[in-house]
Design a protein around this ligand. Structure first.
Ligand code: SF4
Ligand code: SF4
Ligand code: SF4
Length: 273
């Protein structure tokens, strides 16, 4: 599996040393997506919270999709509902999704959430504000941050910026850019005051992209059984899923025409990212 070059792709740097915990980033994300939650209560990711913040001692620990350079969520999706864009974000196409939720199992950062209470549930996660990026704008969370703690730029620029901040203030920063190399690199990177594992983030992930490891294992399995079984299941799921999505969209349209409401998302998300 090839790794996509990312030097010029867009990225986000979260600087925990500069973060004041004001939650402007979370508020901006909630508003951008028209989600109802309160930023102060958004401590865990959910189908209606694409970024969250909890406190770990005196520090503010922000969570969101890392937009992996070689995303395992996309690699396990049997129908290509998730894919890495050249611009940087890993995006999701609801119309292709068959609801198998392999992506949720495969994500090493426990990011994707599912609309458990929706009649036609979809997977939800941060899309890195791809529509804004396409217009040349920063992500909504970066634009909202007044402290330079969440910044948006090319991956190349942000790696350089992170190195500069660490070099200029070595007493404040732990000397590591989390996401520069982990699992082949991510487009969301963190710099922190102390080792990442002491702040509740997953550490010691290695530098090999997980999809590479997955494919190495799959190559050793009897292909006919795996591929044949998956293809049959996928065919069944796709047929049913498309019918469900069409019916839900028709119902939503009908509700809108008649002034009613159509609930599109639910909450039952309890796993920490
Ligand atoms: S807006 Fe900036 S300073 Fe405020 S919580 Fe978010 S990252 Fe931290
Ligand atoms: S963090 Fe998880 S959901 Fe986001 S791109 Fe990586 S594997 Fe996919
Ligand atoms: S990049 Fe956009 S979708 Fe992702 S956390 Fe920031 S504001 Fe939310």
């Amino acid at each position: 599996m090839d790794t996509i070059p990312t030097a010029k792709s867009r990225a986000i740097l979260f600087d925990m040393v500069r973060c004041t915990g004001c939650r402007g980033c979370i508020n901006a994300c909630l508003k951008t997506h028209d989600f109802k939650g309160e930023a102060k209560d958004t401590t865990e990711l959910s189908a209606t919270a694409y970024t969250a913040m909890r406190t770990e001692g005196e520090f503010n620990v922000r969570q969101m999709c890392r937009h992996c350079v070689t995303p395992s969520c996309a690699s396990v999706c049997p129908v290509g509902a998730l894919h890495k864009t050249d611009l940087g974000p890993v995006v999701y196409d609801e119309s292709k999704c068959i609801g198998c939720r392999y992506c949720m199992v495969a994500c090493p950062f426990n990011v994707p959430r599912y609309e458990w209470n929706s009649p036609v549930p979809a997977v939800r996660k941060c899309d890195m504000c791809i529509d804004r990026l396409k217009e040349g704008k920063p992500t909504a969370c970066a634009e909202a941050c007044r402290f330079g703690a969440t910044v948006c730029g090319t991956r190349e620029e942000l790696v350089a910026e992170a190195r500069k901040r660490i070099a200029e203030d070595p007493d404040m920063y732990y000397d590591h850019i989390y996401g520069e190399k982990e699992l082949g690199g991510t487009n969301v990177m963190f710099i922190t005051p102390q080792p990442i594992e002491s702040l509740g983030y997953k550490a010691k992930l290695g530098e090999t992209p997980l999809p590479n490891l997955t494919w190495n294992v799959l190559e050793k399995l009897p292909g006919v059984v795996v591929v044949g079984g998956a293809a049959l299941s996928a065919f069944w799921w796709i047929t049913n899923r498309r019918d469900e999505v069409s019916a839900a969209h028709a119902a939503a349209k009908h509700d809108a025409t008649n002034g009613g409401t159509h609930k599109a998302s639910g909450e039952n998300d309890h796993d920490r990212a």
